[in-house]
Design a protein around this ligand. Structure first.
Ligand SMILES: O=C(c1ccc(-c2ccco2)nc1O)N(Cc1ccccn1)C1CC1
Length: 424
């Protein structure tokens, strides 16, 4: 009976898998292909259960029940105690969920998310940006001339703010915008998830494009911390600081066209997507969420299988792709031209636009044509600016909000990081 119990524990625990059978053929079931080993026989491949938490006492307890033997009291107590120890060992499990609000009701120029900083909490609306790794805010250190309606963070009014002496930062973005300043640490809360001693970079100077955007009070960098610009000691992003306290080392982006979406931290909300999530590898060296798309299709045309290396960037409004893809797309748009005046592809606003599909492995994400007719070049114009533009002057392909809002995107910060895409 002892050997039997031991064998039951080892196999029942799912710690080992059955040896792979020699496949003769396969038959379709709702669990995918099952190998058929001749008439009326099949063999099922076991796989490791990643969520399994070993509890030896429970395995023995189950064996007693299996043979109809009443488990002794000490065993019942042992099962409960082991479960409690497992949970305690895993530590507090935090998650957060916060709104991603378009800064402009008519055009998805950018999205902001309410955050709380300091004690008592100061609420600012920040642009969550997977294309950078600095968390910086409009602050009381800015000259009044550079503030136009933004909410500022006043570290002097926070009892938990601490200046990081002799630390400064300076960042320049791809569109030429820039900011610089000094650094505090303080409590930082997003959707109920708090990080204490988060580096909060306070702006002493911002470029005009930030001053003009009155609905953005700063940025939360969600790129890799290697990109952080604080000197002499670079600082960790909110995500890197929060990861050890979260159920899963993930955050997800569910951006929406002209409406409010969400950023979730520490969990994947199954209600926010349909079908399955397809994960692909991430190259972390550039510091961005860099991945390879498997190709594209214009409208209902054939899928062109071609590797497109690019980044998933919530902080960039549009999609920037190689010129060859742009030509293939805009060739289908009546009156489309690449305009030097407006700096990109424009077309008559009443032109019929095809959708644009991109590949994630075998999966396909389709950007509806309504997302690609981005905005009139100037208020009231009948010429519209395209949501797909050329990356030739950037040196990097960027899947910005126009693509991200067509999907549910999982930024998985595991070892190694991966990125997952699902339809919704
Ligand atoms: O804006 C940036 C961007 C973000 C962060 C940094 C940076 C410098 C130092 C640390 O981070 N540099 C950028 O340039 N885009 C998107 C983009 C948009 C338009 C044109 C070029 N690029 C980075 C992700 C590629």
């Amino acid at each position: 009976i002892k050997e039997l119990i031991l064998l039951t524990i080892i196999v029942g625990s799912g710690l080992v898998s059955a040896l792979p059978p020699t496949k003769i053929g396969t038959t379709k079931t709702n669990h995918g292909d099952v190998p058929v080993l001749g008439k009326g026989r099949a063999s099922l491949q076991q796989v490791r259960n990643p969520h399994y938490r070993f509890n030896g006492a429970r395995a023995i307890y189950r064996t007693y029940l299996k043979y109809g033997v009443q488990p002794p009291d000490y065993l019942i107590e042992a099962v409960a105690k082991t479960d409690a120890l497992n949970t305690a060992a895993e530590g507090k499990r935090d998650t957060g969920s916060a709104a991603a609000i378009p800064v402009n009701p008519n055009y998805d120029i950018a999205y902001v998310t309410p955050v709380s900083i300091g004690t008592p909490p100061q609420t600012l609306h920040l642009d969550f940006d997977t294309g950078s790794s600095d968390l910086w805010v409009f602050s009381s250190h800015l000259p009044a001339s550079q503030i136009r309606g933004q909410t500022i963070y006043v570290p002097a009014n926070s009892s938990t703010a601490k200046l990081l002496a002799d630390h400064t930062w300076s960042i320049t973005y791809g569109d030429g915008s820039a900011s610089r300043g000094n650094v505090y640490v303080d409590n930082f809360t997003v959707g109920g998830l708090t990080v204490e001693n988060q580096a909060v970079q306070c702006a002493l100077q911002v470029s005009t494009s930030f001053t003009r955007e009155s609905n953005i009070d700063g940025l939360v960098g969600l790129g890799f911390s290697t990109l952080n610009t604080v000197v002499p000691k670079s600082q960790l992003t909110f995500f890197d600081n929060a990861k050890p306290h979260m159920d899963e080392p993930v955050f997800t982006a569910d951006l929406k066209w002209k409406s409010e979406g969400t950023y979730d931290f520490g969990f994947i909300d199954e209600k926010k997507y349909t079908g399955k999530i397809t994960y692909v590898p991430v190259n972390t060296s550039p510091g961005y969420w860099t991945f390879t798309s498997s190709g594209y299709a214009v409208g209902s045309g054939n899928f062109s299988a071609t590797s497109i290396v690019g980044i998933a960037d919530t902080g960039t409004s549009l999609v920037y792709l190689p010129p060859s893809i742009l030509t293939a797309y805009y060739r289908q748009v009546e009156g489309a031209t690449s305009s030097r005046t407006y700096g990109g592809y424009v077309f008559p606003c009443n032109s019929k636009l095809p959708s644009f599909t991109f590949g994630i492995g075998e999966a396909r994400i389709t950007i509806p044509s309504s997302y690609i007719s981005y905005a009139p070049v100037t208020a009231g114009s009948s010429t519209c600016f395209g949501g797909l533009q050329s990356s030739s002057s950037l040196g990097i392909n960027i899947w910005g909000d126009v693509a991200l809002k067509a999907a549910f995107v999982v930024f998985h910060g595991g070892n190694p990081p991966t990125i997952g895409w699902a339809k919704k």
